[in-house]
Design a protein around this ligand. Structure first.
Ligand code: F6R
Length: 266
């Protein structure tokens, strides 16, 4: 896993956006796995700026989002459909028929999940999966104890995740308890996984993911097995890493052609 420590959220988000920009410019029909939550918002702002000011073209890009709340229609203001429209899709030229987000209102959820997996395969798999991390080490909404081989399916959120997500709803009773999420196995098949984490509140989860054992108790730790995983964090989120100086040294001493990250794209 490549660990890139940036001074703050702004520089971390800018670096993440540069990596995605480079992918899209190199491979205009890239397949992107996208995340919601607070973490990717600044990165999406940067992609929008690149589209407006630098002509970054999303017209051939295909997207698959990680997750959606069960029971929320796309129009609900707290749905991830709504979030993605507000924070990215309505500001760039991505084609509506190339956007995929799990349908929280699907009548037959297992059949829907199977079809979601099939759609990812038909698109050729994800070139890059963007990820955030939960305080408990979840990726997507694969909560601790999720199978590390899991595929897209329905999951029950933990009480802590429900509490953390309350900020997007007007009352605690409104927060759904279930989500449809890509599985850990689905995420691991992306050719590159890029996880962002900012702030002191993520330091414990980041340390467990990078330097702890690979365990379903911290689903993000499975990224240690991914051949092209890059982690972009700020100083605060790096606060509990024992080998932070080494990660800084690795990044500082990279040859210039590898400056954004050591992985090869596409
Ligand atoms: C969101 C997702 C989650 C979040 C995680 C962190 O699509 O899959 O894993 O990335 O809960 O959320 P924030 O960024 O709000 O701290």
């Amino acid at each position: 896993m490549e660990v890139i420590i940036q001074p703050d959220l702004r520089s971390g988000a800018a670096l993440g956006a540069c990596i995605m920009e480079r992918l899209i410019r190199t491979k205009p029909n890239a397949v992107l796995g996208l995340a919601t939550g607070s973490t990717p918002v600044a990165l999406y702002c940067e992609l929008i700026r690149m589209h407006r000011e630098g002509g970054l073209d999303f017209s051939q890009v295909t997207t698959f989002n990680l997750d959606e709340y069960v029971g929320l229609a796309a129009k609900h203001p707290a749905s991830y459909h709504h979030f993605m429209n507000e924070n990215l899709f309505s500001h760039v030229n991505v084609r509506r028929d190339r956007i995929h987000i799990p349908d929280g209102t699907a009548k037959d959820i297992p059949a829907f999940c199977q079809e979601y997996e099939a759609a990812i395969s038909r698109a050729g798999g994800m070139d890059l999966q963007l990820l955030g991390i939960g305080h408990d080490g979840h990726i997507g909404f694969n909560e601790p104890s999720s199978s590390l081989a899991s595929r897209t399916r329905i999951k029950t959120l933990t009480e802590n995740t429900v509490a953390a997500n309350q900020r997007f709803f007007s009352s605690p009773q409104e927060v759904p308890q279930h989500v449809i999420t890509m599985g850990v196995g689905t995420i691991m098949e992306a050719r590159t996984c890029m996880l962002l984490a900012f702030g002191e509140g993520k330091a414990e989860a980041v340390a467990a993911m990078v330097e702890g054992p690979i365990t379903a108790m911290c689903p993000a730790s499975v990224l240690q097995l991914h051949p092209q995983a890059v982690l972009i964090i700020d100083e605060a989120a790096a606060g509990l890493l024992k080998r932070a100086d080494y990660y800084r040294r690795v990044y500082a001493n990279k040859p210039s052609f590898q400056q954004f990250s050591s992985f090869t794209l596409g």
